[in-house]
Design a binder for this molecule. Structure first.
Ligand code: KG4
Ligand code: ZN
Length: 339
């Protein structure tokens, strides 16, 4: 048996600087620095994001190594997010990873961010079973909404994706309309717990096949709020729980309908969710409920592997390394990158 490898995973595609150390498929440390600088702008400001990554990357990597109880010289490889994402942010993690790998003379692996969200399901973590191949994954984040058939760590088939806004964006934009802080998804989730999910109805997208659309829903939500505020200036405050519960319910319903369709079409019964929005309590319980009804095996990641994290980059790097798919110093970061 070959010795298990120590892998450092570095994530810097958007506004979180994260680093993790894995030994084989087990996570020894997973450290994330969130950037609060964007809150007052109601969204991520790319220039500020890359500057914050520059400030955070050294302490975050250092802490990840310390928490794992190893020194950099023990690492067998470094994986980083090569794309897709904000170019300025990707470049910080990418250049740091490359120079560190070069100085240690170990392999470097450039990882696809969305593949990593999915492969986080292969991390060995007690109480969280790993899905067997093939499985379906609904990947829902701030930038993407996809249904993917996963046949191996190197083979992904995109079955459907959003034609406009991502599911996370729909949450964030609804929150913004209500004057809630960024990112709005977790805030909506919290408010929704005490709301009536049938209090408001919004126009649902009518898209064929397995693709999604969320821009119409966003407009429908905006009109509902604008009309409410016109009649009563305190409309949002009075209805915040119901508004949150209703928009969350609608987004989850749209996602689940397509997931059910994909499961039926492919006849795959191992169904996973991944990405920041997979932390949503409404989506998590809807998946469990549908899984129970349809006889699916469902896979929901631990909260720490839902939103952007270094561990998912580390596991993807390890799986690529095991199949001999390493990267090289010449590979450049890619803001846009098809899976
Ligand atoms: O995967 P992620 O951390 O970053 C991207 O790759 O985009 O996803 C961030 C998105 C944001 O839109 C955020 O509002 C959403 O995930 N999110 C949630 C929840 N936690 C994070 N949306 C709904 N409910 C949550 N609990
Ligand atoms: Zn992400």
């Amino acid at each position: 048996m070959t010795a298990q490898k120590y892998i450092l995973g570095i994530e810097s595609s958007c506004d979180d600087t994260s680093a993790a150390v894995l030994l084989g498929k087990k996570v020894l440390s997973n450290v994330t620095a969130n950037q609060s600088v964007h809150e007052i702008y109601g969204g991520v400001v790319p220039e500020l994001a890359s500057r914050a990554h520059q400030q955070n990357i050294v302490p975050v990597v250092d802490t990840a190594l310390k928490k794992a109880g190893i020194s950099a010289s023990q690492l067998d490889g470094i994986a980083y997010t090569r794309g897709p994402g904000l170019m300025g942010s990707l470049l910080v993690g990418g250049s740091f990873a490359k120079s560190m790998a070069q100085s240690l003379n170990i392999p470097i692996i450039g990882v696809h961010h969305m593949e990593a969200h999915i492969l986080a399901h292969l991390i060995e973590d007690e109480g969280f079973p790993n899905p067997p191949f093939p499985f379906l994954c609904l990947t829902v984040s701030g930038g993407h909404t996809q249904i993917v058939r996963v046949d191996s760590p190197n083979h992904f088939e995109l079955l459907g994706e959003t034609l406009d806004d991502a599911a996370g964006e729909a949450f964030d934009k609804a929150a913004k309309v209500m004057g809630l802080p960024y990112p709005g998804g977790p805030v909506i989730d919290q408010l929704a717990k005490d709301g009536n999910l049938e209090a408001f109805t919004f126009g649902k997208p009518k898209i064929e096949g397995l693709n999604f659309s969320f821009s119409g829903l966003k407009t429908s939500f905006l009109y509902t709020v604008q009309k409410g505020v016109k009649d009563d200036a305190a409309f949002i405050e009075k209805n915040k729980h119901d508004l949150a519960a209703s928009i969350q319910h609608t987004i989850v319903e749209v996602l689940m309908k397509k997931l059910e369709k994909a499961a039926k079409q492919t006849n795959i019964k191992h169904i996973a969710i991944a990405g920041g929005v997979s932390a949503n309590s409404g989506l998590r319980s809807a998946l469990l409920e549908q899984g129970h009804k349809k006889g699916w095996h469902t896979y929901i990641p631990p909260f720490s592997y839902c939103t952007d994290n270094g561990a998912m980059i580390g596991i993807t790097g390890l799986l690529k390394l095991e199949t001999g798919e390493t990267g090289n110093m010449q590979q450049s970061s890619q803001a846009r990158w098809q899976m």
